[in-house]
Design a protein around this ligand. Structure first.
Ligand code: PLP
Length: 372
């Protein structure tokens, strides 16, 4: 019998398990429910961009028996045109998750320090621990934001990467331009600053930093964006990094042979032209956020003001049983106990009907709890 502990790298044995949003299929099977809505992984409730969908269908019909182009050149060229950068400044991969893995694989040596905030995107911790890096989590501000001064104070000669999640998942809050500039100025040349902007399109705050212009003078800055959220393509997995060409060359060295499938490349390429859908997705998130805030306030609950397509609500009581009671009503949300916020739920903004249903399910779950 194999002694799995003996042959597995210690860094892998040490990884804390990630608890993803429960898939709809699993909840239907386990609870015997037919009508289930998923508001737990910040996906787009409108579905995919129709233009992306048509392009994906065409690609399947015509080309799915061919391997894809390894580095998504059409997509890269289009992104370069849109952002007025050079194509060699883009790295497309299997979602931003894939991009983060490649960054970790390329740059984190055993014992390197990696700094981010407490209560941020869990993948930063998993990709770091996989490479035996040492994760430093800096406490957040009172208003659940990245504490930029705390992060600057945590930098040491051993820091290899700083992960900034802006907007931040799971709090929905943002880092402002002046804070971003302070951080960028403080991060040493040979330390990477990753600005993960998975929810970029949803933000309309005037002090949210537009980070692309900073690339010119900061070759240690990496910006990540995704097609999973506003474009509705989470299921096909495509995201990208924008950075100095020397960084992109290294990421390409560690990438798999065919990291982004054909269907995803075609969908992303077409989706970039679907302005109408992107605008509608953003509008849906904003209106839905207001709907959720209002419904919560009627229950005496307040959400953290969000700049994204999800909200964080602190129930003030253990959120696990409330999550379970909502699940039993066919509404999947995300309990944040595994992330150290045991009284909080994260709820993805859905369609108006889905939001209504989530609010009703939450109200019932709370009543049952209080009543019981
Ligand atoms: C902050 C953040 N970064 C990255 C990702 C992963 O995005 P992708 O679907 O492109 O892998 C997510 C997904 O939820 C996210 O919230």
């Amino acid at each position: 019998m194999i002694d799995i502990h003996k042959i597995t790298r210690q860094a892998i044995l040490d990884i804390k398990e990630y608890v993803p949003g429960k898939p709809i299929e699993e909840v239907k099977r386990e609870l015997g429910l037919e009508d289930v809505i998923k508001l737990s992984s910040n996906e787009n409730p409108l579905g995919p961009s129709p233009m992306a969908l048509q392009a994906m269908i065409d690609e399947i019909k015509e080309n799915v028996h061919y391997y894809p182009e390894p580095q998504s050149p059409l997509l890269v060229e289009k992104l370069a045109r849109i952002f007025q950068l050079k194509p060699n400044q883009f790295f497309v991969n299997n979602g931003v998750d894939g991009v983060l893995s490649m960054i970790a694989m390329a740059f984190i040596e055993s014992g390197d320090e990696v700094v981010t905030s407490q209560y941020s995107f869990f993948s930063y911790q998993s990709v770091t621990s996989r490479m035996a890096g040492k994760m430093i989590l800096v406490p957040q501000t009172q208003d659940r934001r990245f504490n930029i001064d705390g992060i600057i104070a945590a930098l040491t000669p051993k820091t290899k990467i700083v992960f900034l999640c802006n907007p931040n998942n799971p709090t929905g809050t943002i880092t402002y331009r002046d804070e971003f500039e302070r951080l960028l100025a403080a991060v040493p040349e040979n330390c990477l600053l990753i600005s993960d902007e998975a929810y970029y399109e949803y933000v309309d705050h005037p002090d949210y930093p537009q980070t692309i212009p900073y690339l010119k003078d900061h070759s240690n800055l990496i910006i990540t964006r995704t097609f999973s959220k506003v474009m509705g393509l989470a299921g096909v997995r495509v995201g990208y990094a924008i950075a100095h060409e020397s960084i992109i060359r290294i990421l390409q060295k560690v990438a798999d042979a065919f990291p982004v499938n054909r269907v995803a490349q075609a969908g992303a390429l077409a989706g970039l032209d679907d302005r109408e859908f992107i605008d509608r997705s953003v509008r849906t998130a904003k209106q839905g956020r207001d709907q959720l805030y209002q419904g919560l306030s009627k229950m005496g609950l307040a959400a953290t003001p969000s700049h994204t397509n999800f909200i964080l609500v602190d129930l003030g009581i253990p959120a696990g049983p409330v999550y379970e009671a909502m699940l039993a009503q066919g509404v999947i949300v995300r309990p944040l106990g595994p992330q150290g916020l045991p009284t909080c739920l994260r709820i993805t903004v859905g369609t108006p009907d889905q939001n209504e249903r989530a609010l009703a399910a939450l109200e019932r779950a709370l009543q049952v709890r209080v009543g019981g």
